[in-house]
Design a protein around this ligand. Sequence first.
Ligand code: GDG
Length: 500
Amino acid sequence: MSSNLVIVYHRQPYEEVEVDGKIEYRENKSPNGIVPTLKSFFGRVDKGAWIAWKHADDPANPDFERVIEIDDAYGKYTVSRLPLTPEQVTSFYHVSSKEAFWPILHGFKERYNYDPVDWPTFREVNWAFAEAAAAEAAEGAVVWVHDYNLWLVPGYLRTLRPDVKISFFHHTPFPNADIFNVLPWRKEILESLLACDVVGFHIPRYVNNFVSAARSLLEVETLKREKVKPELASETSALSEQSVVTEVGFDGRTVRLQASPVGVDVEYIEQLASSDKTAAKVKEIKQEIGDGQLILSVGRTDYTKGGIEQLESFERLLESRPDLRGKVRLMHVSVAANSNMTAYEEIQRDLEHLAGKINGRYGSFEWQPIALISRPVPFEDLVAYYRAADVAWITPLADGMNLVCKEYCAARTDEDGVLVLSEFAGAAVELAAAVPANPFSHKSMDGAIQFALDLPLEERRGRMISNRKMVKLQDIRFWAEDQMQAFGDEVLPADIADLT
Ligand code: GDG
């Protein structure tokens, strides 16, 4: 019980590598920008803790240390690894979280798979996370829980440790009651979230949706509603809201609701983007492209990311614009999460099939219209592609925020490049100068990509300057401040409060 900041996130904050029979902990290379962002908080407290899970019967490491002490560039922290059996992992993560919750959170009712969910196991795993957090937290500590697969942790933790301050951040969208209430465990989940001091979401729409779901089932009182900042309340954006609920009352307690868009590490990306190594790589890429144009698309292999819809639009582009054949190339980076799930294997197969068909139909020995990349690209290389791409084409069907589009703008210190962004990515609320695209409409998708490819330099610059301003303003540090300040000064442990 000694940590004044406890982060509860299902993944470990590093990769384990065996060197000469000894385990070393290294930066996690997985395609998810959130882990380093969270670790950066440990530099701000005397002692932090991270709670994650680890396979209990990993044959390479059967008797792993449950609790390890790390002292790295991010600060001093303890990592508690909960030993979960393969059955628990499959049930809690792959089935309950990915097959039942994920589609509902993103509005895909037709993909919701209820039958295999084993609710007692979901509860059991969440209880284990709550117990581990309770064991680490100092008196009055802040416990910051992340994402929907840990939905029940706040409720359990409140029972175990009434003294701690609990914040929960949703990285996904949150749907309204019409969709959320498809989940039969809806009331239990909402009651747990309402045991928090702060519940955070990326944008005001998700906050208001959460309130609609909570009010549909529970006696929740709206205590405070505020106007949304004008730069986030465009009347034409699909995900904007004009006002947002910021405080609700439930069960005699006040719960703060916070819309804080996750940002990216602009300073770090700008540094990488301006390095000589990146410049050399960009030159190479540009030589390869010649006088053509490069369109870049990056995302995880997931039906929510809209990869199929995008490739179909690209095919229509080549069909309707013969002048672009032999000129424009699409680099489509689609990296599968390490989960062996049928839904993702199907998407991967469909992407490969479609890319192969388009390359076969339009490609030649000298020119392949699509480069489909299915393995992770090192981040430094990704930044070089961001720098070289004439257009970043980011068109998820639904996305909590989307960090790729922000990374693209952060990398463009040259103020060039066009961002085409889905209206249904949370980031669209902030990045109003992106070229908007509706991935459910052929006309909109096709029109947006053509518009972007034809955009003159002056307009490209104007849009990029505006988008970069937002990305720089609301970077990871902004998110950090915002989340911590949501507690209010009086409840923050002194060493966090000093820095906010
Ligand atoms: C969830 C929410 C929300 C991708 N390919 C490679 C690679 N990446 C990195 C990107 C970026 C990250 O992965 C993807 O972040 P996103 O935000 O786009 O998407 P999710 O993984 O779905 O994240 C999302 C986010 O949480 C944060 O709250 O924005 O809405 O779904 O950082 O750069 N990185 C490397 N190689 C790749 O090939 N190195």
